[in-house]
Design a protein around this ligand. Structure first.
Ligand SMILES: *Cc1c(COP(=O)(O)O)cnc(C)c1O
Length: 404
């Protein structure tokens, strides 16, 4: 079998030799010539039904060859039959919920989830009935009409690990969708553990350079066809330029994810020993993998970690004192990003849910890039020291005011 790294450099590029090109071709057509009207009309019918083009691609909302190549590449990396790409991760999740309606209108969602996903599910916007549960309670929440079970592992931002195989068993045949954005197929391939689908915010590690928005779902042929029918009908297509960039990003995905993971390991260990840090969330630290998922399901703790400082004000000061890291949401880029989940990515989540899922006001999430970990640690250590200096300064002034 071809190794994963080799596959990452080659998957989805099978037709390039036949085309006589070496780099991925970028097709920006919004419409396609109808040279054989009868055959092309049937092609449209196939595409609208979620199938492949049988003659002309007809129209770019129905099919794009650059995006289709990226989809084949990602499907190969996830070990899936097919993949379907969307304009963003949220468009991909929306399409999964709409496609699942063919089965029923009940969803079981394991918290915590990415703030946007939690918000979409909790809003009732798509007319689904959603039960939010802990990973251990999936079995008691699943019903006859459950259309989808949604889990995220590692979870954003607490890095909690869910045993996918166990959730699949407890789902009793209901399809399980795993948000694999944090792990990427480099570290974890949910379909091999029985999941029906692996979803990505391709905006993150797959793109990898902070310059493209996209989403993709790797799954079996029948759910993929349902997803394409939703995509044709609702129009949340991935732009071909984004498809090109995402496919190009796949070639270096293993290198970037491993470099990011190396950096996260160093920062997690040092933060755990820092006096101003109350708690560090990273799967490889003691207590970070209570269900023994590492090594069996996920090949390492990944490139993201979170940690807790005293309070929201201290967290905000750390953000304003980093120089190398960029205070910003998102993750999976070549450069390191840091943000406070309670203030940003998880602001739309009900504060009671944040509290129940250990997303404290003083939490900071670091999405480690490919920089030298020593430079990153120097930056973070300085920012922590600066935040602390202001802290004692403020306390000092408080005491003086009280004395007056
Ligand atoms: C960012 C993110 C999403 C949403 O993806 P977009 O591309 O921003 O729409 C979903 N899940 C996870 C885990 C994410 O980090």
């Amino acid at each position: 079998m071809t190794s994963f790294d080799t596959l990452a450099a080659h998957a989805g590029r099978e037709d390039l030799v036949h085309l006589g090109v070496h780099a991925l071709p970028l097709d920006l057509s919004s419409t396609y010539p109808l040279a054989h009207p009868d055959a092309d009309a049937l092609s449209l019918e196939s595409l609208a039904g979620g199938g492949p083009p049988t003659a002309s691609a007809v129209y770019a909302r129905l099919f794009n060859p650059t995006v289709a190549r990226f989809e084949r590449g990602l499907a190969a990396l996830e070990g899936a039959e097919e993949a379907v790409a969307f304009a963003s991760g949220m468009a991909a999740l929306t399409a999964c919920l709409m496609a699942a309606r063919e089965r029923g209108d009940h969803v079981v969602a394991v918290r915590p989830l990415y703030g946007g996903s939690d918000h979409l599910l909790a809003s009732g916007m798509l007319g689904m009935k959603v039960d939010f549960v802990d990973a251990g309670a999936v079995g008691s929440a699943v019903r006859e009409e459950t259309a989808l079970v949604i889990v995220e592992t590692p979870a954003n931002p607490t890095l909690g690990l869910v045993d996918i195989g166990r959730v699949v068993r407890e789902a009793r045949g209901a399809p399980v969708l795993v948000d694999n954005t944090f792990a990427t197929p480099v570290l974890q391939r949910p379909i091999a553990h029985g999941a029906a689908a692996a979803l990505h915010s391709a905006t993150k590690y797959l793109g990898g350079h902070g310059d493209v928005l996209g989403g993709v779902v790797a799954t079996n042929a029948s759910f993929a066809a349902a997803l394409r029918r939703v995509r044709v009908a609702t129009g949340a297509v991935l732009h071909p330029l984004a498809g090109y960039l995402l496919h190009r990003g796949l070639a270096t995905l293993p290198l970037r994810v491993r470099a990011s993971q190396e950096g996260a390991r160093v920062l997690a260990r040092r933060l755990a020993a820092h006096h101003a840090v109350r708690r560090v969330f990273y799967p490889e630290l003691p207590g970070g993998d209570p269900r023994g998922v590492l090594g069996r399901q996920m090949a390492g703790g990944g490139g993201i970690l979170s940690f807790e400082v005293a309070d929201a004000a201290t967290a905000a000061r750390v953000l304003s004192h980093v120089r190398l890291m960029t205070p910003a949401v998102s993750l999976g880029s070549t450069d390191t990003l840091i943000q406070a989940p309670a203030a940003f990515t998880h602001r739309v989540v009900d504060p009671r849910v944040r509290e129940a899922t250990a997303i404290a006001e003083g939490m900071l999430r670091v999405a480690v890039g490919v920089e030298d970990p020593e430079d990153l640690w120097a930056d973070l250590a300085e920012a922590l020291a600066a935040a602390e200096a202001v802290d004692s300064d403020v306390r000092g002034r408080g005491v003086m005011a009280a004395a007056v």
